[in-house]
Design a protein around this ligand. Structure first.
Ligand code: ZN
Length: 264
């Protein structure tokens, strides 16, 4: 999934809501039927030729040029619970969806603005990478691993478009990475100030709000720092993979070797 806005802004501490968000890729059959019915258009190769060809070169055995991308109006996706989402891939039904034009959503303090700048072709590359990941037999339940794969392999395409690594991190990776590191940063800042998570949860709503207000800036700055660092790590990790000529079957083994326990 690729989102326009970081969720970190909105859900600083609400684990429940964050969980719901991450599980929204589980589509109901009803929604899938609806997406097929109401799609503004169905995109097929050779439209977005460069995007399809980039992914096809990386994973030639998947035949990604046969994949149809459904373009759906942003407001219709929002009704299905995909607010601010630029695109997603549903591994069960194998449907690839991208959103039509979004209205700018951010109304808050510009200091906290973390907005992706992603063109449709870039969203298509990202979602097609997800498609390939599943088609190659990966079954990771870790959304972090799935996302890193899609963001990571996209860098070759983004560089091809002339973007610098800094630009890629800031406008393509950061909204996603911020949402990942927000929780870690929150825990760290709270701990530094003598607040444990159970203590926080026991606070009254008023006290929670006070606490959020008090530490918001520190948490934001720290999660941005952590996200930038991870962004640079992803750039070097995937640059090396791309230099080696893209995906290698051995990655599969490494992945299960390294993360197998997490997949249980
Ligand atoms: Zn994704």
């Amino acid at each position: 999934m690729i989102k326009k806005m970081s969720v970190s802004e909105i859900y600083v501490h609400n684990n429940e809501v964050r969980k719901q968000h991450s599980e929204q890729t589980a589509l109901t059959q009803k929604n899938i039927d609806k997406i097929r019915r109401i799609a503004l258009k169905k995109i097929l190769y050779p439209e977005y030729k460069e995007a399809y060809e980039f992914v096809d070169n990386l994973f030639p055995e998947i035949k990604v040029k046969n994949v149809v991308v459904h373009k759906v109006m942003a407001k219709d996706l929002e009704k299905m619970g995909f607010r601010g989402v630029e695109g997603f891939y549903d591994p069960v039904t194998k449907i690839v969806v991208i959103s039509g034009v979004h209205k700018s959503m951010y109304r808050g303090d510009p200091f906290y603005k973390v907005e992706a700048k992603v063109d449709k072709d870039e969203v298509i590359v990202h979602e097609l990478c997800h498609y390939c990941y599943v088609a190659m037999g990966h079954r990771s339940i870790s959304s972090e691993m799935r996302e890193e794969f899609a963001y990571g392999y996209s860098i070759g395409y983004l560089r091809q478009k002339g973007y610098s690594d800094e630009y890629i991190i800031k406008y393509n990776f950061l909204p996603y990475l911020m949402s990942i590191f927000n929780e870690k940063a929150t825990k760290k800042i709270f701990a530094q100030n003598g607040i444990t998570i159970p203590q926080y949860h026991a606070y009254s709503n008023y006290k929670k709000k006070e606490c959020n207000r008090m530490y918001r800036k520190k948490i934001f700055i720290l999660s941005k720092e952590m996200a930038m660092k991870r962004g640079h790590e992803l750039i070097s990790l995937y640059s090396a993979k791309l230099e080696e000529g893209g995906y290698k079957e051995s990655e599969n083994n490494n992945e299960y070797g390294r993360y197998g326990m997490l997949d249980l």
